[in-house]
Write a protein that binds this ligand. Sequence first.
Ligand code: DUC
Ligand code: ZN
Ligand code: ZN
Ligand code: ZN
Length: 470
Amino acid sequence: MSTTLIRGGRVITATDDYLADVLLKDGIVHAIARDMAVGPEVKVVDASGLYVLPGGVDTHVHLENVIGPTITCDTFASGTKAAAFGGTTTVVDFALQTAADSPLEAIARAQRSAEPQVCIDYSLHCIVTRVDAQVLADVKHAMRHEGVTSFKMFMAYPGVMMADDAAIFQMLRQVGADGGMVALHAENGTVIDLLIKEALAAGHTAPRYHAMTRPALMEGEATHRGIRLAELAEAPIYFVHVSSNQALKHIVAARDEGIPVFAETCPHYLLFDDSVYSSDDFEIAKYVMTPPLRTTDDQNHLWRALRYDDLQVIATDHCPFCMKEGHLGYQLQKMRGKDDFSLIPNGAPGIETRLVSLYDIGVMQGRLSLNRFVQLTSTTPAKLFGLFPKKGTIAIGSDADVVLFNPNATQTIHAEHLHSQCDYTLLEGRTLQGRVEKVFLRGELIVDGAEWKGREGMGQFVRRGEVRAF
Ligand code: DUC
Ligand code: ZN
Ligand code: ZN
Ligand code: ZN
């Protein structure tokens, strides 16, 4: 295993900011010091003028996820490679419990697909769609013996993924007592389904009706309900993809009451707003994600919550589906909903652009400090999902997952230059400040400018511990 000295960079963690040399040896951060002397066997990388960041931790991605009749268009290989180019060295994907199998089977199945393909380290949240005694036993086993300590449940998509309140409560109670985390997709699924049926009956079939039928008020309602279930269960809870102030206000109130509520938002809610839903054009299917984009007022509330720790994580919810029919052999993805918005698979790409887009609109525009940027994109997701201190920081003994980030370079984003298999990016043509120059995974250089140095299968499954919610 090679030994590398990163010389003279500015080390930024969630709490620190200093100039130092960082020695990567045996896969971990071995030493941090000023003007370190090393022998000729050590490869020295000049990082002067660059930020030395802990590798990004993206705890919400969908790679090769079967969603209804289709599958997200990034494989574990293409998605993790794209993540690496964007400065992310650990992802947490999903293992979906289907009607036919159990959580343990779902986890084993996802691992079998991922293992030969992953280019960075990874873990899995298990999506639990149905709860009975056997499922609860499996969940206990997954936590104790498989290193899977978080479980996602849906309050939306009745008949497909939705779990009822009692099932969510049972999971919260058990998982919370065992030191894990339940992550919730909070939307009132049955009301939204009614609104969708009514819209279609009125002939409203264009993609923008996706947004009209998923009101922020129903995100808020479900968020409030989820909080009360967690309070009764005396368990921590995590809300994925918070998009609106309707949801945030319940989160803020609960945190003020001392209830252990945690939440993420996603770059797209900060970068774009609901003004995109202004025509009946099918191109708008690109912005069909759930929850949909909200108002600029919601954005302002999200930024404030990010600053004051009412939101703790920015994850991508990278859930890519191609726009073009037949792209890469993916027959009919977004196009499934050409004549019926409710058939458009929900999701958008973003795995490669998370750090740079947030650096540009967050740090450069004075909304986030550098330390907070690292905390939101690496340290806190690692802590909340049992990956810290192996992941999420630069400290002696932590994995040598390191990003050299150039704060002064700019880049213009084009889908064809990204590494996702998705045929579009929401950031097409946008020029952003900041660029990932080099990425190390456990001490190995995997990204060197535009060059790929990593290998499929080199990523490792990370067995996660208890959440550190407090
Ligand atoms: N929720 C997600 O987290 N991702 C994709 C679609 C959805 O509803
Ligand atoms: Zn969701
Ligand atoms: Zn407001
Ligand atoms: Zn998602």
